[in-house]
Design a protein around this ligand. Structure first.
Ligand code: URP
Ligand code: ZN
Ligand code: ZN
Length: 468
């Protein structure tokens, strides 16, 4: 039987428009939009009516960078697909793109199948995968082609973490050449890991073991150098490039220079780089470990360049790089040696709210908020049209957002499976009220009504910035 839902009276915001419109949903998709009060909207009947008066009606968020259950530093990221996608829904994100991991010496297929199995039947919202390549060889290069056909159209490579995920320049060039041929998008963790490891060893020899030294050894120049090198390698290969978790002003400058030349180079930053800084890494009693991630947090002065990059489109996407480790028992693995602190921060639940706060603070416009959090990540990773917008035919992934509600972010109230919040005590204006995923209400006026297993695996097309 066909079910119809009508969302009435809200301000519909997409990356392109802001209009007072009613939204009709039928069988899990947006059926139509019409001006509020128009004859057409008044004629609509529905099984369920959601009153959105004084609220925003926005597309569900697309978080294109998460790591549920990632094995890292001798432990695993603490959110499972079940807990992590539930938390995402609470925060108004209705699609995640997580990273399947190829273990060294194993095939991409094996890694991908393990990720399908972990997520299957667990997710509250829709999900897709990128593939981490940790071993570029003839076999894995061939497998890339098959993955692109299967809907895994992006591949993360690491210039950092020697001995774990690291690829050398030759391997990177080969993977880029392959992507140039098969339509894949190379995502780059751009830090010079070989040089960083020397600095880590030297710091530890000097007895510099606290979390703040994580930020000191992972130098801005080594992010900028790697970003520059990745861009040049992509040029040589004739491949597009997406640089993940950009944190430094100098790295943004590399991206801007490449884009000014018309190169297909894209960049992502994350809320932690926009709102946190090395001050957090320096918090006493090992509390700085809560903020250890790579690329690292930077001195506060870098934030202006990141905001500017988001406004000028030198950076296109804000993802979370959600990779939570509990302080007790996980971050603590690095007491006495910062290099043993598992790298990663929680954030999948807070992204939409923090970026709304950026609207309140005047960093970005409302439409840019929706662009960087919904539309651009969908377009970047071949999901746009289905995800990332509110238009006839799109999946009815919709958030009713209260722009005037005030809330305090805290581990006491969040839903992520982690014992601290990276934004503990931060007051923000705006809150998710109701969330629909393919037409099903998964958060109803701040009550979770979703189900593990409602979310479906969503194969992706290739990057739509290159096709259109
Ligand atoms: O610190 C981070 N970013 N952890 C997750 C792995 C990665 O490099 O994205
Ligand atoms: Zn990374
Ligand atoms: Zn990551």
């Amino acid at each position: 039987m066909s079910t119809r839902t009508l969302i009435r009276g809200g301000l519909v915001i997409t990356a392109a428009d802001e209009t007072h419109a009613d939204v009709l949903i039928e069988d899990g998709r947006i059926a139509a939009l019409a001006a509020h009060g128009s004859e057409q909207a008044a004629s609509w009947t529905a099984d369920r009516i959601i009153d959105a008066t004084d609220k925003y009606v926005i597309p569900g968020g697309v978080d294109a960078h998460t790591h549920m259950e990632l094995p890292f530093g001798g432990t695993f990221a603490s959110d499972t697909f079940e807990t992590g996608t539930r938390a995402a829904a609470w925060g108004g994100t209705t699609t995640i793109v997580d990273f399947a991991v190829q273990s060294q010496g194993r095939s991409l297929r094996e890694g991908l199948d393990a990720w399908y199995a972990k997520a299957d039947g667990q997710c509250a919202i829709d999900y897709a995968f990128h593939m981490i390549l940790s071993d570029v060889n003839d076999g894995t290069l061939k497998e890339m082609d098959r993955l692109v056909e299967e809907g895994i159209t992006s591949f993360k490579l690491f210039m950092a973490y020697p001995g774990v995920f690291y690829s050398d320049d030759g391997q990177i060039l080969r993977a880029m050449q392959r992507a140039a041929g098969n339509g894949g998008l190379i995502m780059m963790h751009a830090e010079n890991g070989i040089a960083i490891d020397v600095l880590v060893e030297q710091a530890l020899q000097r007895g510099e073991t606290d979390p703040r030294y994580h930020g000191e050894v992972r130098k801005v120049l080594l992010e900028a150098e790697a970003t520059h090198r990745a861009i040049q390698l992509a040029r040589v290969a004739g491949a597009p490039l997406y640089v993940v978790h950009v944190s430094a002003e100098e790295a943004v400058a590399e991206l801007a220079a490449a884009r000014d030349k018309g190169l297909p180079v894209f960049g992502e930053t994350c809320p932690q780089y926009l709102f946190l800084s090395t001050d957090n890494l320096a918090e006493p009693d090992f509390a700085g470990a809560k903020y250890v991630c790579s690329t690292p947090l930077r001195p506060r002065e870098h934030q202006a360049a990141l905001w500017r990059g988001l406004r000028t489109d030198d950076l296109q996407v804000v993802s979370t790089d959600h990779c939570p480790f509990c302080f007790v028992g996980q971050k603590e693995l690095g007491r006495g040696d910062f290099s043993k602190i598992p790298n990663g921060l929680p954030g999948v639940e807070n992204r939409m709210d923090l970026l709304h706060q950026a609207v309140v603070d005047g960093h970005i416009s409302r439409r840019r908020w929706i662009d960087i959090a919904c539309a651009a990540p969908a377009r970047m990773f071949g999901l746009y049209g289905k995800k990332g917008t509110l238009a006839p035919g799109a999946d009815a992934d919709v958030v009713i957002y209260d722009p005037t509600a005030e809330q305090t972010l805290s581990a006491e109230t969040h839903h992520m499976n982690v014992d601290y919040s990276a934004s503990e005590g931060k007051r923000v204006r705006g809150q998710v009220e109701t969330v629909l995923s393919r037409g099903e209400v998964v958060v109803d006026q701040r009550k979770f009504t979703g189900l593990a297993g409602h979310g479906v695996y969503t194969p992706r097309g290739t990057c739509q910035y290159l096709n259109d």
